[in-house]
Ligand binder design. Structure first.
Ligand code: PNW
Length: 463
């Protein structure tokens, strides 16, 4: 049996996010977030599920970390809930919230697990939304940097890997363009572009602060963006251009400012005045503001030149603000799908990694999320999920190929450590490598996790 061995020092882990697993939303001095409000608004989340209890990780984090240790996991990416640390968004620090995360971080380090900490994974303190318009307020970067300052100050002695924002594309497009994520705005596409703009400025400001004030902590800091792959439907030059345009609207939107200093030209041309402009000071602050390239990747679509102007804005295919990019997205009927209806196309991940490598001049890349939803029953205490195992095996094999092809991929975090609250889908989509029984809070290690644990421990995939 041959083996695909990963580079030495390759970082292996799993990922979660605060609102999706913690629960304890009214405990420990936590303030409400925009997701608490959305969950209590009829029609927004399937079954009106909410994060009040979730995986009860707030109370069970020690057991969860013991399980990670038992499984030999080496790194763990999780997020801090801003409303636990600064419940009113800015101003007073909630010491109980700081103590909670401090204990969690110590517990990870005691277990020999490296923490990778995301500062913002969508749970904005509610008051920033209701009183100040949230992400579209030009003061957002100041609030975010002040919050980041507290986190660096309190946790930076122990945390050396920081991610400022998780998927600003989702916050902007799903939160403001399509309205399926908090704060569920969808009136005006200019708001989506403004949210993205202030998120990028906030990221830049937090990084500037970290690099100037906390240099002695000697950590690294970056941002995580999400992107699907876009494969041209045909070889036609117009379809190739459509695929490229779609990638620039998806990933270039957030990464061109960071690696090149401004939004992609195609976006400036097609979005016009609704796309905000960076000042020279913003450009200088944002350019070069990521020590590594954080990538969340889930699926692939086929892209082609539309026969008529796209008018419908649709979440199907994660098309973003589709009418602005004017690309037709389709799928190959032979592709398998996960419970999210997302296509399983492992080679798309290798092509995307190569595209990033070329466009952004060979950055060190960490895949900070990749995974799939499949609902598999537990029978006699066993959760046998071969589809998930195949998903991880095929994607990791493709990514290994990208490394062989020269891409500087340095780490991989499977989404997710355990089944959890899947945003507007509530608890109906199970992404976990560990099964969560929501009635008993029992964790059951799925067979895919047993396999992944072997991969992590051997730094290789057995073919
Ligand atoms: C990511 N899309 O969300 C998030 O970072 C996780 O919190 C989430 O649980 C996971 O992926 C699975 O969904 C995404 O429409 C949500 O392109 C939607 C999209 C992408 C990522």
């Amino acid at each position: 049996m041959s083996k695909l061995v990963f580079p030495d020092q390759f970082v292996w882990g799993t990922a979660t996010a605060s609102y999706q697993i913690e629960g304890g939303v009214r405990e420990g001095g936590r303030g409400p977030s925009i997701w608490d409000a959305v969950c209590y608004t009829p029609g927004r989340v399937l079954n009106m599920d909410n994060g009040d209890v979730a995986c009860d990780h707030f109370h069970r984090f020690k057991d969860d970390i013991s399980l990670m240790k038992e499984l030999g996991l080496k790194a763990y990416r999780f997020s801090l809930a801003w409303p636990r640390i600064i419940p009113a968004g800015f101003g007073d620090v909630n010491e109980q919230g700081v103590a909670f995360y401090s204990e969690l971080i110590d517990c990870l380090l005691d277990a020999g697990i490296t923490p990778w900490v995301t500062l913002y994974h969508w749970d904005l303190p509610l008051v920033l939304q209701t009183e100040f318009d949230g992400l579209i307020n030009p003061d957002f970067p100041d609030w975010f940097a002040a919050y980041a300052d507290v986190c660096f100050d309190r946790f930076g002695d122990r945390v050396k890997n920081w991610i400022t924002l998780n998927e600003p594309w989702c916050s902007s497009v799903l939160g403001y363009g399509i309205g399926v994520h908090a704060p569920c705005r969808k009136m005006d596409t200019a708001e989506a572009y403004m949210a993205a703009h202030q998120l990028l400025r906030g990221h830049g400001k937090a990084v500037q602060l970290y690099r100037s004030k906390y240099q002695s902590q000697a950590g690294s800091i970056g941002i995580t963006n999400n992107c699907d792959w876009r494969e041209p439907l045909t070889d036609a030059i117009t379809d190739q251009a459509a695929a490229q345009r779609s990638l620039e609207f998806f990933l270039g939107w957030f990464c061109d400012p960071i690696y090149k200093g401004d939004y992609p030209q195609v976006m400036r041309d097609m979005v016009g005045d609704r796309l905000p402009k960076f000042t020279d000071a913003d450009k200088a602050m944002i350019k070069g503001s990521s020590d590594f390239f954080g990538l969340n990747h889930y699926t692939t679509m086929l892209a082609s030149e539309p026969t008529e102007q796209v008018v419908e804005r649709n979440i199907a295919g994660n098309g973003g603000i589709s009418e602005d990019q004017n690309v037709t997205l389709t799928e190959d009927p032979s592709w398998q799908k996960t419970d999210m209806d997302w296509n399983v196309v492992p080679w798309g991940s290798a092509k995307l990694l190569k595209w990033i490598d070329e466009r952004y001049d060979h950055p060190p890349i960490y895949v900070t999320e990749n995974g799939c939803a499949y609902d598999v029953p537990v029978i006699d205490g066993v959760c046998d999920d071969p589809q998930r195992l195949d998903f991880f095996k095929s994607y990791l094999t493709a990514m290994h190929g990208a490394i062989a092809d020269g891409v500087d991929l340095r780490g991989y975090f499977a989404w997710s450590f355990m089944d959890n609250f899947e945003w507007s889908w509530g608890y109906t989509k199970r992404f976990g490598l560990v099964h969560t029984d929501y009635s008993t809070q029992q964790r059951i290690v799925k067979n895919s996790m047993k396999w992944y644990s072997q991969v992590v421990q051997s730094n290789a995939i057995a073919e």
